[in-house]
Design a protein around this ligand. Structure first.
Ligand code: COA
Length: 261
């Protein structure tokens, strides 16, 4: 994959068809200011243009995934500025959610506020045993503004989301796993390797089927069960006749490995 990306606070590496995007402001625990938000959006666009078949999102340094939206920057914001900042965070989280291939969050440390929301927008979350996550905004006199009130309850259920948000809970990896917020916990030193392996596995899957599955799963967030099931039926049927459907099923019946597009 050919991907050139250069920004001060976001780095991108590639390996095979996988892009690894890292927020790179370790001195501020990767807190997201406007510049970094913009660079992250650009990095995801570059990964999409390059045809990445899986993306890993993580934070640089040993301590943090993303310690949140930049509190220093937010402290002086007016209401219109805060609205624009929320819209910018929403756009980025939507871009991740709608990225045409799976995005895996490698939660390597603190993921508070906007950092937790960024992880929630990813398809899958793998955490280091050192991770601490939470929607901690109420303790700052605000509420989650980058999707946390909407995406957290979908993942952990309404009761736990209310507890986490109302109490600004900082949840360790083990509790986050039990809540369903984190899919898997690994030793801190093994996180990078585990997530690379997972992303490589995803990148080798039939990409049209994965994208269709992602879109159909995302549709559960948008709609009633009735319209979600109708969407699933149409998308399921639409995959029949594609190369990957024919090949995947032929390989199964012929007891051989499939060769996907
Ligand atoms: N915004 C801006 N700067 C932040 C930040 C944030 N969300 N989180 C951490 N930083 C900065 C600190 O101000 C500090 O900067 P300094 O070295 O210039 O003083 C640096 O990152 C290191 O943080 P520090 O607090 O010294 O590290 P720590 O290991 O003692 O604590 C945290 C780490 C994450 C527990 C603590 O920084 C924290 O609670 N941050 C806020 C988390 C939060 O509420 N996020 C939600 C925002 S919506």
């Amino acid at each position: 994959m050919d991907l050139a990306f250069d920004a001060e606070t976001v780095s991108v590496e590639t390996g095979g068809d996988v892009a690894r995007i890292a927020v790179n402001r370790p001195d501020s625990l990767n807190a997201l200011n406007v510049e970094t938000l913009g660079s992250l959006a650009d990095a995801f666009s570059a990964a999409e243009d390059a045809g990445a078949r899986a993306v890993v999102l993580t934070g640089a340094g040993e301590k943090a995934f993303v310690a949140g939206a930049d509190i220093v920057h937010m402290s002086e914001m007016s209401t219109p500025e805060a609205l624009a900042y929320a819209e910018m965070g929403h756009r980025l989280c939507r871009q991740i959610e709608e990225f045409p291939a799976p995005v895996v969050a490698a939660v390597n440390g603190y993921a508070f506020g906007g950092g937790c929301e960024l992880a929630l927008a990813c398809d899958l979350r793998v955490a280091s045993e050192r991770a601490l996550v939470g929607q901690t905004e109420v303790n700052l006199g605000i509420i989650p503004g980058w999707g946390g009130t909407q995406r957290l309850p979908r993942l952990v259920g309404d009761e736990l989301a209310r507890r986490m948000i109302f109490f600004s809970e900082r949840v360790d990896a083990s509790d986050a796993h039990e809540y369903g917020l984190i899919g898997e916990i690994v030793a801190h030193d093994e996180l990078d390797e585990r997530v690379r392996e997972m992303a490589a596995q995803l990148a080798a899957k039939p990409q049209h089927a994965l994208k269709a599955a992602k879109d159909a799963l995302n549709a559960t967030h948008e709609s009633s069960l009735t319209s979600g099931l109708a969407y699933e039926r149409r998308t399921f049927a639409g995959l029949f006749g594609t190369h990957d459907q024919r090949e995947g099923m032929a390989a199964f019946t012929e007891d051989r490995d499939p060769e996907f597009e």
